[in-house]
Structure formats: C-alpha cells, structure tokens
Ligand binder design. Structure first.
Ligand code: SF4
Ligand code: FES
Length: 325
C-alpha cells in the first residue's frame, strides 16, 4: 500500500485519530457505548452527627494528653538520656610534668606541673595543646600532622621516646604525673624543642637518594616484588629521631651516625635499582659508623613505625663483611 493510502491515525491516537461518533461507537466488548448505564454519581458523605444532640464544648478546653502518649514521651526522654550517658566519653584529670627551658630566662631546665582535664580518647598532644591554649601560651613543642606521619613530635614520655600524637593518655597511668621532656642527645632550643641539625647532617651523609651511573632508562626502572620486599621495612621511616635519641651510644658524644641514618642507608643499599651501595657501605665503615652499635635494641623499641631498626643495622654490618647486598 502506498504511504498516502494508509489510515490517518497513529498508535498514540493523537493528531490522526478519527473523531468518535457517540451514537455509533462501540466499546471493547462490542456493546454500543450508549447502551451502557450512565455513571452513578458518588454518594454524599454520611453525616455521622445527624440526629444527635450536640454537646456544649467549652470555649477553651485544654487538650487532655492521652495517658499512653504521655507515658511513651516520658520513655523516649529516658531512653535519650540513657543513650547520651552511654555515648559520653569519660573524662579524667592528669598531671603533666613538663621539662621547661627558656634560654632567655633560665640558667637550666626545670620541671613544671600542669593539671588538665582530658578524655579517654585524647592523645598526649591534645593535653599539650590544652596547656598551651588555656594555661601557658609560652610552652613550646613541635608538631605538624598530628597523625603519626610527619615525625615532628617525638618526645620522651615517662622515660620512653614516643610520638605525642600517637600516645593515648588512657594508656599512661593517670594516678602519677606523666613526665614529658625533649628527646635526648640533641641540644635543647626551648622546652620540648631540640636542634635537629646534627641529626639531619648525619642523615645527609649516607646519601639517602637513588644513585645510578647515568644510564638513563627509556622506561621505569623495573623491580620484582621480591626485590622490593628486600628493603620494604626501612622505607617506612619518618625521620622522627626517636631511635637515634634513645641510643646510649649516641648520647655518649653525639658523633655516632645513629640508627636513623643507617636505616635510611639500608633503604638504598638493598634497593636493586641503586648503584651506590659500595659508597654508602664505606661511609658506614667509619669509626662512627655501624660498628659503634651495641645492639641494645632501644632503637627498635622506640620506633613508632615498628621498623626493625637493630636488624637493619645488623644487615648493613653483614653486607660490609661479605660485600654482598
Ligand atoms: S627508624 Fe623509626 S624511630 Fe628511627 S627515625 Fe625512622 S621512624 Fe623514627
Ligand atoms: S605530629 Fe606528625 S608525627 Fe606526630
């Protein structure tokens, strides 16, 4: 059939739908539409009050709360109160005994006590902030990330090197003063701040960067998983100095390279892509190098990153003896 001969209506019944003649139109059941009964009008809503005598209502009748509703509301309040109690973070008081030193005022460092209300979720860093912001703005300490990443808030807490931002107060005995002092073996600049220059000078000496002999690759320097695992532990160092400043050998004269430098030398000595291992091993073969380590394990205990520092030092010693990496 030609397109012009097609009936002029569409499935949607819109524009081309022929007009319906109500006289002749039939429904889907074949019955004429007119034969159907007209639609019944909707019944009027029943008047429930019809026939009743209206009772007088006081003009301002107070709404009487239903007893059950009242009981339910009371229960809800009680439950909310209980929930608030259960969710509340317990607080307690602690005394922080801080080692204070201001080179412009003091001849020597001294201890000062501060009483602080803390919560069980607080870290030592939070208590130090409370003291600085609410009690004594002259208190000085370093911190940056507050999440154990930057390594700037290593301090000696109750006699052990730790990061203030990773030390929960609830894990320390609140019945006794908590002692906080600067890490040892480095010159104190003010309060809990030490001069980190000697620490970073030793770090730079071991050349903590990839050394290659100029053979520029045309793509990434590939490394197998096993080769990467070889030095994985020592990549975690955040240079907080907690290990070096817990080492009695370092305390002695400050000349020893210290665990942190050796850890960072290890990170490159055992990297399969690096070609500077011999150079670094020779540097650490110095009288102030790895041979000064007395394996006291203080460094391993102090490391907030869980690096097996003493083991790394032993591996460097072995590499020096065998000249194998
Ligand atoms: S080895 Fe551990 S303790 Fe030592 S500087 Fe690195 S992160 Fe800090
Ligand atoms: S503040 Fe960065 S490690 Fe603690």
């Amino acid at each position: 059939m030609a397109k012009d001969d097609e009936p002029a209506f569409s499935a949607s019944g819109s524009e081309g739908t022929p007009p319906v003649d109500p006289e002749t139109a039939v429904g889907p059941d074949g019955r004429p539409l007119q034969a159907r009964e007209p639609a019944q009008p909707a019944p009027e809503p029943r008047d429930e009050t019809a026939g009743r005598v209206a009772e007088p209502v006081p003009a301002e009748a107070p709404a009487q709360p239903d007893a059950a509703e009242e009981r339910q509301a009371r229960q809800q309040v009680q439950q909310a109160e209980k929930g608030a109690e259960a969710g509340a973070i317990p607080s307690f008081e602690v005394t922080l005994r801080l080692r204070r030193y201001n080179p412009e005022l003091d001849d020597a460092p001294h201890w000062e006590d501060y009483r602080v209300t803390v919560h069980s979720t607080d870290r030592l860093l939070d208590a130090l902030h409370t003291i600085k912001w609410e009690q004594d703005g002259s208190l000085s300490f370093r911190r940056s990330c507050a999440h154990g990443v930057c390594g700037s808030d290593a301090m000696r807490i109750n006699g052990k090197n730790r990061l203030a931002c990773k030390t929960l107060l609830k894990d320390l005995n609140p019945d006794k003063p908590i002692t906080v002092e600067p890490i040892q073996g480095l010159p104190v600049e003010k309060d809990l701040i030490v001069d980190m220059d000697p620490f970073f000078a030793a770090y730079r000496e071991v050349m903590p960067f990839l050394i290659t002999k100029g053979n520029e690759p045309t793509r990434e320097r590939l490394q197998s998983q096993k080769q990467r695992e070889r030095y994985d532990d020592t990549t975690k160092c955040i240079l907080c100095a907690a290990c070096t400043t817990s080492c009695p050998v370092f305390w002695g004269d400050g000349q020893y390279f210290g665990p942190a430098s050796i850890v960072n030398a290890h990170r490159f000595i055992f990297d399969s892509r690096d070609e500077g291992a011999d150079l670094r091993l020779e540097i650490l073969n110095d009288k102030e190098g790895v041979w000064r380590c007395r394996t006291t394990f203080n460094c391993t205990e102090a490391c907030p990153r869980g690096i097996e520092v003493t083991r790394a030092i032993q591996e460097v010693k072995r590499a020096l003896l065998t000249r194998k990496v």
